[in-house]
Ligand binder design. Structure first.
Ligand code: HEC
Ligand SMILES: [Cu+2]
Length: 408
């Protein structure tokens, strides 16, 4: 039985005037709303301004498209809804509309090409190299940033805070000593990852004096949320004055100032806080002495300088984050694989000349003075050079004994 079935006749089209009026009002209101919202913090760089204007253009282009889609759907649902008695009836047999299909293919294509071209222009403008740019080296580590301003004779001015002269283009050269971090000043609207083994660059021209947050935006460990600093954009004269008062220091291989708390501890976090197991008092100002002196209370099963104690040090001092070592179930890949390479690296003539001829001397030197001899394929400045002071003689001896015991 086909009673009641069949196809509806094509309905008389509605006038599109109500849609146009609704669409025009909704577009105007929508654009007003998206432009009224502060999507970004205050612009403090040329790059931020360009990026914000680009976003404004993208928003202005998006609102009419959104309104068009929603309006046509809404009106169609209402106008062409099913009436009582039409439950079993098919819609009218409409197949394709070439003109409409050409329009909805060509118009978005033109729009996308135009917006892409504009975005690329902004990208190139933001990354343009400027003569006379100020170079600032950014060193990231768990969990702090350190800024270095290169000076003549291979020296540098170091600062845990970022000072910049207003209006002068800056080139940041960014490195990480440990894991992947990301350097971000929201008001500059520019960010880039700090990747171990690479130097990444970021260009910013500050345009507004003020104090801004510097943040790490890559989850980089337990202290990630504390990995913040401050950027001060000063007048050029104030910047000069600040710079002239800073001590010029010899550049260290790892990009951190000699004696910086960063060499041993994490700023802003007490040495006895949740991120360290240190039992040392933190009242001393010298980093060499703020570090732990191992006490026998800190270990229970293994103590002193035994290989077992050394295995615990290997885990707690973060060695396993960078090194592979079967005996410690460590799988790090930033430094040499100690299971396979340590024996041979300690046996080369160059190594023996610098690190000593015995395995024990070699490992001790490799841990306490890591850049004296660099095994082939690696570079200086990655392995922390501060274990001698941060771990103290007992833990060093323990970890050396452990490595000797597992190296054949
Ligand atoms: C941030 C990564 C990193 C950490 C953490 C680290 N190392 Fe290294 N280590 C390296 C790199 C890179 C090298 C090779 C370059 C060099 O010797 O400085 C290296 C070299 C070595 C060598 C010499 C290896 C060879 O083949 O000659 C030893 C031994 C060593 N590390 C032990 C340790 C111990 C013990 C710890 C923990 C107390 C540790 N490392 C922590 C990155 C790291
Ligand atoms: Cu980080």
């Amino acid at each position: 039985m086909a009673a009641g079935r069949g196809e509806l006749p094509v309905r008389k089209p509605h006038s599109i005037v109500p849609m146009l009026i609704f669409g025009a009002i909704a577009t105007a209101v929508g654009i007003w709303i998206v432009l009224a919202i502060h999507w970004f913090p205050v612009d403090a760089s040329q790059q931020a301004k360009r990026t914000r204007i680009l976003y404004d253009v993208l928003l202005i282009a998006s609102v009419p498209i959104f309104v068009l889609v929603i309006t046509v759907i809404g009106f169609s649902i209402y106008w062409y809804r099913m009436r009582p008695g039409e439950e079993l009836v098919d819609g009218p047999p409409i197949h394709g509309n070439t003109r409409l299909e050409v329009i909805w293919t060509v118009a978005p294509a033109i729009l996308i090409v135009a917006l892409c071209t504009y975005s690329v222009t902004v990208l190139y403008a933001n990354e343009a190299n400027h003569k006379n740019a100020l170079t600032v080296d950014v060193t990231a580590r768990q969990w702090a940033f350190e800024f270095a301003y290169p000076q003549p004779d291979g020296k540098a001015v170091y600062s845990p805070f970022l000072y910049l002269p207003n209006g002068r283009p800056v080139v940041f050269r960014i490195r990480s000593l440990d894991v992947i971090h990301s350097f971000f000043v929201p008001n500059f609207a520019e960010k880039i990852d700090a990747v171990p083994g690479l130097t990444t660059t970021l260009r910013v021209t500050p345009t507004k004096r003020g104090t801004y947050a510097v943040e790490c935006t890559e989850l980089c460990g337990a202290g990630h949320a504390f990995m913040r600093s401050t950027a001060y954009v000063l007048s050029p004269t104030a910047f000069k004055t600040w710079m002239s008062k800073q001590p010029v220091q010899v550049r260290t291989a790892n990009g951190l100032p000699t004696g910086s708390v960063l060499q041993t501890a994490v700023p802003g976090i007490p040495t006895t806080g949740p991120f360290t197991s240190s039992t040392a008092s933190s009242t001393s100002t010298s980093p060499a002495t703020t570090s732990t002196t191992p006490t026998s209370t800190s270990t229970t099963s293994a103590s002193g300088t035994s290989p077992a104690a050394g295995k615990a040090v290997f885990a707690s001092a973060g060695c396993s984050g960078c090194h592979t070592l079967a005996a410690a179930a460590a799988t790090g890949v930033i430094g040499p694989d100690l299971t396979t390479r340590l024996a041979s690296d300690c046996a080369t003539p160059a190594s023996q000349k610098i690190r000593g001829t015995t395995l024990e001397a070699c490992i001790d030197k490799a841990v306490t003075d890591p850049y004296a001899y660099i095994p082939s394929g690696y570079s200086a400045g990655v392995m922390p050079s501060t274990f001698a002071s941060s771990l103290g003689p007992t833990k060093i001896a323990a970890v050396v004994n452990f490595l000797v015991s597992v190296t054949k």
